[in-house]
Design a protein. Structure first.
Lengths: 301, 261
């Protein structure tokens, strides 16, 4: 039975990674999960300089999920390269570095810096709904998304995954735009913008007022968008959004994802990724499927 | 490789202590290594409420492999309301112990204030039980006459109580009780609502007293990965590389002079 998948020329031992921002750089989760058993670890977004993030409260629970407005707090690329890359390199897994920025130059600076580092792929976050500058500003306009993809590709040595926002009218158009800009893969969905109001304090639950909704509640939206993107582009898709079980992961692959990211579910069970990997294997065995790649995009009209 | 895991603890007993305040003993492996000031991530049995509730450890009984969690039910339909409905024998998923706990060794030979307010009162009990010091002064603040854990505190030190409505002890807050009784100390350990901790931090700075405070914030992962529950720090933190520390992982107990609250 084959569990290997190849994403933009990079071979993963299985199609399971983690969603950026839910797993740090793996150090905290290494106590609970065997990072060697992951296809890849996707790091928390890193910028050219340290970012302090948003005021607290930064997180809130909603039924079937949660909201966050962390604001991309990160230690900056220097400390990241010095500490987090060597940590992850101890493990037999691929390293995907999520990159955030406030301007095209910021993104390019980080991509250029990472060109000389021992990492496997870059994921460019143009879809964070929780920071004013950058991020989403590039992720809601096809022209801007295409331009920034092209710019980053000029500096990147590793394959570039563009991470798309679901807060758009036409996800297929966004996927096509980054593909035209030279993206090697796309990942989706980032969180959906939401709001929660605390009726006892009669104010916003999050200091940022709005936040990104994630978790099982958004899973059907993610499946629909991955399906639409898969019909629109040829590059591989990393599907995410509310994946909490092997069944959810398989569903996402059938919709068209070549691999999946597990995010919020890590907070419910820090070992959930281990269960998802073994659950996919079990499904293949039970259904006498020889190769996990047979699942990719297998459901079509 | 993966040496820690989410564990299914079992409820030993459940009891209501006051209006909205519950005490639950659970059997858990966490009792083996837990220290005062640490907390447990407690999960509901409802998959729709997927985040853990961080609940401070009130008592540790390692012989019985048990922990006591005293918590407030925060409203209708909440996870804590579900916890209050659990009875002996019911499973309760937990991760813990988490966080750093109080640095108890600093109290040796010292005159100590152990200060708790509101739902910050429970972790002060285990701290009071085990603390070796010269003089143990427990100062706890409540809203009203529902002075939960009072008898346990009386057995473990000199007890001073403040209530907001004046029904028991000093009318006002914990600092009012300290002033009314002209108490003094060399070191403070405190847990409670942020306005109380802010006042204690100021009091400690004015009186040149070493002060450790246990902070509270909305958490998601509970293990230091998501950066949901940070507090602001005076100096740049070596881990975050910004003026932020993680309450769940680097705390919840901080030297008061290190944090901006």
């Amino acid at each position: 039975m084959n569990m290997k998948v190849t994403i933009a020329g990079v071979e993963w031992k299985n199609p399971v990674t983690v969603a950026s921002g839910t797993f740090g750089s793996g150090a905290e989760f290494a106590e609970f999960a065997d990072l060697n058993k992951l296809g890849a670890v996707t790091t928390k977004g890193v910028a050219n300089v340290p970012w302090p993030g948003n005021p607290t409260p930064r997180v809130a629970e909603v039924y079937g999920g949660m909201m966050n407005a962390i604001g991309l707090q990160n230690p900056g690329i220097d400390l990241f390269c010095e500490r987090d890359i060597p940590f992850l390199r101890q493990y037999d897994t691929k390293i995907i570095v999520n990159v955030c920025g406030k301007s095209t130059e910021d993104y390019c600076e980080v991509a250029e810096r990472l060109a000389g580092e021992d990492v496997d792929m870059l994921e460019i976050n143009i879809s964070c709904p929780n920071v004013k500058e950058g991020g989403i500003a590039f992720g809601q306009n096809p022209r801007a998304a295409e331009d920034i993809t092209r710019a980053v590709k000029r500096y990147a040595k590793q394959p570039v995954i563009m991470k798309l926002s679901p807060n758009v009218t036409d996800i297929a158009e966004m996927a096509k735009a980054v593909e035209a800009g030279g993206a090697d893969a796309v990942s989706l969905i980032n969180t959906l913008t939401g709001m929660k109001i605390d009726i006892h304090r009669r104010t916003f639950a999050l200091a940022n007022q709005t936040g990104g909704v994630s978790g099982p509640a958004i899973h059907p939206i993610a499946v629909r968008m991955v399906y639409q993107a898969a019909l629109a582009v040829k590059v591989p898709i990393i599907g995410m959004g509310g994946i909490a079980s092997a069944e959810d992961a398989i569903e996402m692959m059938l919709a068209g994802a070549s691999a999946v990211s597990v995010g919020t579910a890590n907070f419910h069970n820090p070992a959930v990724t281990m269960e998802i990997v073994s659950g996919i294997e079990e499904y293949l065995r039970q259904n006498r499927i020889e190769d996990v790649r047979e699942l990719i995009g297998a459901v079509r009209p | 490789m993966a040496e820690r895991k989410k564990e299914t603890a079992v409820v030993i007993s459940q009891e209501q202590l006051a209006d909205g305040i519950f005490s639950m003993w659970i059997k858990t492996q966490a009792s083996g290594t837990a220290r005062p000031g640490q907390f447990m991530s407690v999960y509901t049995n409802d998959a729709g409420k997927l985040l853990p509730r961080p609940i401070s450890i009130c008592e540790i009984d390692s012989k019985k492999e048990a922990l006591r969690l005293v918590y407030r039910v925060t409203g209708k339909g909440t996870g804590t309301e579900q916890f209050a409905g659990l009875g002996a024998g019911d499973p309760v998923p937990v991760i813990g112990p988490l966080g750093n706990g109080f640095p108890t060794e600093k109290a040796e030979g010292k005159k100590v204030f152990l200060i708790g307010g509101g739902i910050g009162v429970p972790p002060i009990l285990e701290l009071a039980k085990g603390l070796a010091c010269k003089k143990k002064q427990i100062v706890v603040g409540y809203r009203d006459a529902h002075t939960f854990l009072k008898e346990e505190f009386e057995r473990n030190g000199e007890l001073y109580i403040s209530t907001e409505d004046g029904s028991v002890g000093t009318k006002g807050n914990v600092l009012d009780a300290i002033r009314e009784h002209s108490l003094d100390a060399d070191i403070i350990y405190a847990c409670g609502p942020t306005p109380m901790l802010r006042a204690i931090k100021e009091y400690a700075e004015e009186n040149n007293i070493v002060c450790y405070i246990s902070l509270e914030e909305r958490m998601a992962c509970g293990i230091g990965a998501c950066l949901g529950c940070v507090c602001q720090t005076k100096e740049r933190d070596s881990h975050s590389n910004v003026h932020n520390r993680r309450i769940c992982k680097d705390g919840p107990v901080f030297l008061a002079t290190e944090v901006e609250i």
